[in-house]
Design a protein around this ligand. Structure first.
Ligand code: ADP
Ligand code: ZN
Length: 437
């Protein structure tokens, strides 16, 4: 295969480790220079006694102060701009999953390089000019809509902005236009499976899908497997966040063994969330990111609160850009019950391995007689289960047993008939903590 066929941006994708580091230092220095022009970083550097000119090697990175979400909220709306306001041509806000939203601004050049990054991701996973691409992502302020739209157009795909929700219409569009590539939130991909089943449509027969990009929310390998098996496609993990433009930050290659972070555009660190010291590759911690190619609103050492690790070793695809492991969740998602730390994704892994378990579940934490209790509500695949007491008991026992094995505590489990649990239009809400109510 020639380089032209394998890479969207061969010069960037084939950089060696050494070349990546050289480029990163150069770009970090100019990013620092730009950032110090903003009201926010100007003040922050002064307060921290940090001289942006003093960064001479990448090892100096650890002296740069962190940026946290609250900083973005405090300097809302324009405090992080390092160019005049009238040079900005686009604004997005984070979806506000964990509180008040934050605004991100883009210059024309920022939009251009962002579109290129997203195109690079999709091309790497096998999308090609001429493919029909359906973006089942919320548009508007959320970056997943326009982010993928511009990237897909840049790549040269016929791009259908079908937006979030509206399952039946989505399926109709897939059929009418022979959609081959989709971008979809994993929880919506699961929901759509139920709708297709209800309609008696086998996507392997009736649709032309070959590739899905799934992301925007944590999901387990087991969910990816379900999606791939049901639709008869390859599903690639897509990671991004508004503070770092949106989608296009890290993406799986055909090897599906971690998400390459585009290190020419982003500097990636994993730190211990308590000590804030960097951890070695292979160890889990909080993901910290720095923009290296953003003009209007650079962000330095942003604490994402997302927990992951860098995978040591080389990727067989030949790209030297470091690989991020599947995100385990946000540090805010972790809950403590009876002294045990639990991530919702651990529950998901167990559930999705059990064939009788359907595509939706919910974790409810509540206090009963002064004791914390964890209730896992699970949709079953078939209404029959709920009516057949013996089978029902068997499934209940199996779920409880497997959850206990993973979590080392015994949750209560309740089986619910198909479509019995609430669904959300955007990112799934899996955890409901009622303990303080
Ligand atoms: P919000 O933080 O309000 O949800 P964003 O829309 O910017 O706003 O979402 C970015 C966040 O979504 C990330 O920080 C991460 O928590 C989550 N996320 C995005 N992609 C993935 C993915 N592939 N796997 C797990 N989580 C993801
Ligand atoms: Zn790879």
């Amino acid at each position: 295969m020639s380089d032209y066929e394998k890479f969207w941006d061969a010069p960037a994708e084939t950089l060696t480790r050494e070349a990546i580091r050289d480029l990163q230092l150069k770009r970090l220095q100019s990013t620092l220079d730009r950032a110090s022009r903003s009201e926010f970083y100007g003040a922050k550097f002064k307060e921290a006694g940090f001289d942006p000119q003093s960064v001479k090697t990448l090892d100096d990175l650890c002296r740069i102060p962190f940026t946290v979400k609250q900083d973005l909220r405090d300097s809302y709306p324009y405090g992080l701009l390092c160019e005049p306001r009238d040079r900005m041509v686009r604004m997005h806000v984070s979806s506000g999953t964990t509180g008040q939203a934050t605004a991100i601004f883009y210059t024309r050049k920022d939009l251009d390089s962002w579109a290129d990054l997203v195109a690079r991701c999709m091309y790497m996973a096998g999308a090609r000019p001429g493919d029909v691409f359906q973006n089942l992502s919320g548009y508007g302020l959320f970056t997943g809509g326009l982010g993928f739209q511009y990237g897909a157009e840049r790549l040269g795909m016929l791009t259908i902005p079908s937006g979030a929700g509206n399952s039946r219409r989505q399926i109709q569009i897939m059929r009418d236009f022979s959609t081959g590539v989709i971008h979809i939130i994993p929880s919506f991909a699961l929901l759509l499976m139920d709708v297709l089943t209800e309609q008696g449509i086998d996507p392997r027969e009736a649709l032309s899908l070959k590739i899905a990009f799934i992301g925007a929310e944590p999901h387990s390998e087991e969910v990816r497997q379900r999606i791939e098996d049901f639709y008869g496609i390859k599903a690639y993990n897509s990671y991004g966040l508004s503070e770092m433009n949106g989608p296009g930050v890290a993406f799986e290659c055909p090897c599906q063994n971690g998400l390459h972070v585009w290190e020419d555009a982003y500097l990636v660190e994993i730190v211990n969330p308590r000590t804030l010291e960097p951890v070695p590759d292979g160890e889990y911690g909080e993901l910290v990111m720095t923009t290296l190619a953003r003009e209007g609103m650079p962000i330095l050492r942003y604490r994402t609160k997302d927990l992951s690790r860098l995978i040591p070793g080389d990727c067989p695809c030949g790209r030297a850009h470091k690989r991020l492991d599947r995100i385990q969740g946000r540090s805010d998602d972790m809950f403590i019950i009876k002294g045990v730390n639990v991530f919702p994704i651990q529950v998901e892994q167990v559930l999705m391995n059990i064939p009788e378990v359907g595509n939706n579940y919910q974790i409810l934490l509540r206090r009963q007689n002064n004791l914390d209790e964890m209730l896992v509500r699970v949709e079953v695949t078939d209404r029959m289960f709920v009516e057949d007491m013996r089978r029902l008991q068997g499934v209940l026992k199996k779920i409880t047993h497997d959850l206990k094995g993973e979590l080392l505590l015994t949750p209560k489990v309740e089986l619910v008939e198909p479509n019995g649990l609430p669904r959300s239009e955007g990112k799934a809400v899996r955890l409901i903590d009622q303990r303080d109510m």
